[in-house]
Write a protein that binds this ligand. Structure first.
Ligand code: PLP
Length: 504
């Protein structure tokens, strides 16, 4: 960018404002040290053109970011990341970080998976963009061809692509309303479906995502997710009882708050993500299918975070309820390993009710993102990823369960849960008395355990995330994670938990 800008400015009076180069991938290699990479960063900026340019250090870039990047965007750390490879991220200062977030469940195949990046690079030279209302383009159709056999139900053979998960949720809302002629939606406490005006109206995990921005889309009713927090019962409550209580709550909503014949759709995540990494009990999903069939309501399954082998199968519902028929399946994140594309899949009858021209969007089904999506499916369909998730998640849960049983740390831990490499550990919290169940009287529970554990890990260059309004840490590494990387991360995590236990 700066090369072009400076050459067009050549011959003009010296500009008052310095131009800076943008850090590129070549600045950092795994072997660079902090000081040499900073030097390389500076050198590259100076040599990018014969025009003198001012040089910013990584710290100055971070300062620049704090000055100019929207204040409403939160960050864990102010690192300037210049390269990613597998589970490693490299900062402009040459620091190597172990990424256990995968961009929040997006780079399921690791940063810059060679097969995916190569496919995208090739596509860049063939066709970057063709607006989907002008014509078909080849990668769009080929991606559908690749996704068809991966669908959890054979009726899901109609596709619409968009860019983000929130947009795909908006598309699902639109299909549900158009196809049923009804307006209302039912969602579950703790749900996260996005932050736009429609998808944000369906979100129930934290107020921050939409606070101060209402009114949002009206007509959304919230029922209890079968998770002990949401029902005010103890963590040891049986799954059967949780399902019974959640079914009861839904029944009350449909008798007291909204007539089922006015409900267009029920939206649910098979594993709640921002709600705390809570898998839904299969019996509850089956119950929802029955309720929907009885009242002509559509069942929308949001696999934005749980899809693409995150839980060990292509989609989580394959393991939970293999026979379940979603009316609409929503996907995003892992579909193209970091290239922005999302989508919905539904059946011919429903999608056939849409008015032609009602769906669309400038970047819907971008050709480069589709090419990356095709390559990603090739890797997913090789069979290796599912196998790795099975092995590595076993290794991960063994450590988490060990912490929950260890005499040193068990007084800190309320629950270990998840599916595949969508795993979490919830800490006890004195503000959430339910989490104190089973703890011997008089045992002191440290405050802010999750945040303190996370901070310790970040300081040891392991990036992990918290989730939900409860004191929970989630593990969501790339699905290509190897045994050594899990070992390394869990060693740091164990130290972190033991450290909080010691400090109290
Ligand atoms: C289950 C679920 N649905 C929808 C979304 C929204 O996706 P996006 O952030 O791409 O808009 C997310 C994002 O985390 C999600 O986890």
């Amino acid at each position: 960018m700066s090369r072009l800008l400076t050459s067009t400015l050549r011959g003009l009076p010296r500009i008052a404002k310095p131009i800076y180069t943008v850090p590129g991938r070549s600045f950092i290699s795994s072997s660079t040290t902090t000081s040499s990479s900073s030097a390389a960063f500076a050198q590259e900026q100076q040599s990018s053109d014969d025009m003198p340019v001012a040089v910013k250090t990584a710290a100055q870039w971070a300062e620049f970011g704090r000055d100019h990047v929207c204040h409403g965007l939160g960050r864990l750390r102010d690192h300037v990341i210049v390269k990613g490879s597998g589970l490693d991220l490299y900062t402009a200062e040459g620091k190597k970080l172990l990424d256990f977030t995968a961009g929040i469940g997006v780079t399921n195949l690791g940063h810059c998976h060679p097969h995916v990046s190569r496919a995208a690079a090739e596509q860049v030279n063939n066709l970057v963009h063709l607006q989907c209302s002008i014509s078909f383009h080849a990668p769009y159709l080929q991606l559908i061809d690749r996704l068809l056999p991966a669908m959890p139900h054979e009726s899901l053979d109609q596709f619409f692509f968009w860019n983000s998960g929130s947009e795909a949720i908006e598309a699902a809302i639109k299909v549900a309303r158009q196809a049923t002629g009804r307006q209302n939606m039912i969602v579950f406490s703790g749900a996260y479906h996005g932050r736009t005006m429609g998808s944000g109206a369906l979100t129930r995990s934290k107020p921050i995502y939409t606070q101060g921005t209402g009114p949002l889309m009206p007509g959304v009713f919230s029922s209890a997710f079968p998770y002990w927090h949401q029902l005010g019962v103890s963590p040891s409550t049986s799954e059967e009882e949780l399902v019974r209580l959640a079914e009861h709550q839904l029944d009350l909503i449909l008798r007291q708050q909204v007539n089922p014949k006015d409900v267009a759709a029920i939206f649910i995540e098979p594993v709640q993500g921002e709600g705390g990494y809570v898998p839904v009990p299969p019996a509850f999903l089956r119950h929802l299918r029955d309720v929907c069939d009885k009242h002509g309501i559509l069942l929308v399954i949001d696999e934005v975070q749980s899809g693409f082998f995150r839980t060990g199968s292509y989609f989580a519902i394959e393991q939970l309820t293999p026979e379940l028929r979603p009316d609409i399946l929503v996907f995003a994140k892992g579909v193209a390993n970091g290239f922005p594309i999302s989508g919905i899949a539904s059946n011919k009858e429903l999608m056939g009710k849409l008015d032609v021209g009602s769906m669309g969007g400038t970047y819907s089904g971008n050709a480069v993102a589709c090419a990356a999506g095709i390559a990603s499916q090739e890797v997913y369909q090789s069979g290796e990823i599912g196998q790795n998730v099975a092995e590595r998640s076993k290794q991960l849960y063994a450590v988490l369960n060990g912490l929950a049983e260890s005499s040193k740390t068990k007084h800190l831990i309320a629950q270990v849960r998840g599916m595949g490499l969508m795993a979490s550990i919830e800490f006890r919290n004195t503000s959430d008395p339910l989490t104190l169940e089973g703890i011997p009287e008089g045992t002191a529970v440290p405050k802010n355990i999750g945040k303190r554990v996370q901070e310790y890990c970040l300081n040891k260059d392991l990036i992990i995330l918290t989730t939900s309004c409860f004191d929970t840490i989630r593990f969501i590494p790339a699905l290509t994670v190897n045994e050594e990387e899990i070992d390394r991360a869990m060693k740091i995590f164990t130290e972190a938990v033991e450290n909080v236990a010691r400090e109290g």
